[in-house]
Design a binder for this molecule. Structure first.
Ligand SMILES: Cc1cc2nc3c(=O)[nH]c(=O)nc-3n(C[C@H](O)[C@H](O)[C@H](O)COP(=O)(O)OP(=O)(O)OC[C@H]3O[C@@H](n4cnc5c(N)ncnc54)[C@H](O)[C@@H]3O)c2cc1C
Length: 275
C-alpha cells in the first residue's frame, strides 16, 4: 500500500514463556532491571500459580534460554530474580551481573486489568510506597510451549490512513515491551477508530473518507502514540546506562520516586490508560 515506517532495532530479543510458580503471585507484577535488559514476571488471569515471563536479552542468551529444559529455565530465572545486587550470575547463563537498578520492584496490578499480557504497570514500584522487602516469586518451570524470543524494535508508520485502509495496533507502531504498553496503544487506536466511524455515520459521511479518518483517527492517535513511543524509548535508554553520574542520578531519582506514592499512582494510572 506504499506505507512507509521508521524506527530502529534494539539489538535485543524479547523472550516470552508461560511458567508455573511454586506459590501464588496474586496480582503483583514483578520487574527486575538487569544490565542485559528487564525481566518481568506477570500475573495471568485465572491462574494464581501461573505467570508470563517477558525477558529482554541479547540474542546469544535468548538462544541459550530457548534450549533449556523447564527445570534449567526455572533455575536461570530464579537466580537472576533472587540474586542480591551486583552479584555475578554464573552457570549456563555465563557471566551476567545481576545488578537491579532500583531494587526489586513490586507493583500492584488493578484487579480490572484488561490486557491478557497483564503488564499494565510492570515498570512501576508499589503505589503503596512501602519499603518492606517482598521476596520475588519462585518459578518451577515453563509450561506449554517452550520459551520463544522475538527481535525487539521501535517502528512507527508514517501514515495510518490510505484510501480504504487504516493501520491499527502493532501494524501502525511497535514499541519496546519494557512497560507492557503495546496492547494498550492498540486498544486506544481501536477506541478512536470506532469513534471516528461513529462520527462518519452520524454526519452521513463515507466511513472511508480519508480526510475524515485523518482528522478523527490518525491525528489524535499519532499524537498519543508518538508520546508513548518516545517515552518507552527514553525509559529503555535511561535504564541502559550502567555507570557514571547519569546512572547515579537515575538511581537516586528512582529512590525518590519510590517514596512519593501520589506521583507513583499518577504514573501508574497513566500507564494503565485510566488517567
Ligand atoms: C516479546 C514481546 C513481549 C510483549 N509483552 C507485552 C506486554 O507484556 N504487554 C503488552 O501490552 N504488550 C506486550 N507486547 C506487545 C503486544 O504483544 C502487541 O502490542 C500486541 O500483540 C499487538 O496486537 P495487534 O493485534 O496489533 O497485533 P498482533 O498481536 O501482531 O496480531 C496480528 C495478527 O494478524 C495476523 N496476521 C498477520 N498478517 C496476516 C495476514 N496477511 N492475514 C491474516 N492474518 C495476518 C498475525 O498472525 C497476528 O495473529 C509484547 C511484544 C513482544 C514482541
Amino acid at each position: 500500500a506504499g506505507l512507509r515506517t521508521y524506527g530502529w532495532p534494539y539489538g535485543q530479543r524479547g523472550l516470552v514463556a508461560t511458567v508455573e510458580l511454586e506459590g501464588s503471585i496474586g496480582s503483583t507484577a514483578w520487574q527486575r532491571f538487569l544490565p542485559t535488559g528487564p525481566l518481568a514476571v506477570l500475573p495471568v488471569r485465572g491462574g494464581d500459580n501461573m505467570a508470563n515471563i517477558v525477558w529482554t536479552v541479547p540474542p546469544a542468551l535468548a538462544a541459550e534460554l530457548e534450549r533449556m529444559s523447564p527445570q534449567e529455565f526455572a533455575a536461570a530465572v530464579n537466580k537472576v530474580l533472587n540474586d542480591p545486587p551486583a552479584s555475578p550470575v554464573t552457570g549456563p547463563l555465563g557471566p551476567l551481573s545481576a545488578l537491579p537498578l532500583v531494587g526489586p520492584l513490586a507493583s500492584r496490578l488493578a484487579d480490572t486489568a484488561t490486557t491478557t499480557l497483564g503488564a499494565l504497570s510492570s515498570a512501576l514500584p508499589s503505589p503503596q510506597g512501602g519499603d518492606a522487602y517482598q521476596a520475588p516469586p519462585r518459578i518451577s518451570g515453563w509450561v506449554g510451549s517452550s520459551p520463544k524470543s522475538f527481535p525487539l524494535q521501535l517502528r512507527h508508520a508514517g501514515r495510518y490512513v490510505r484510501p480504504r485502509l487504516v493501520l491499527v495496533g502493532d501494524a501502525a507502531h511497535a514499541v519496546h515491551p519494557l512497560a507492557g504498553q503495546g496492547v494498550n496503544l492498540g486498544f486506544g487506536d481501536a477506541e478512536q477508530l470506532a469513534a471516528a466511524l461513529a462520527h462518519a455515520k452520524e454526519t452521513g459521511s463515507d466511513v472511508g473518507d480519508v480526510l475524515l479518518l485523518q482528522d478523527h483517527y490518525e491525528a489524535p492517535r499519532r499524537r498519543a502514540n508518538t508520546a508513548m513511543i518516545a517515552a518507552m524509548d527514553g525509559v529503555w535508554r535511561f535504564f541502559g546506562v550502567q555507570a557514571g553520574p547519569l546512572a547515579a542520578a537515575r538511581n537516586l531519582g528512582m529512590s525518590l520516586f519510590n517514596t512519593a506514592p501520589l506521583v507513583k499512582n499518577n504514573v501508574m494510572q497513566y500507564a494503565m490508560g485510566t488517567w
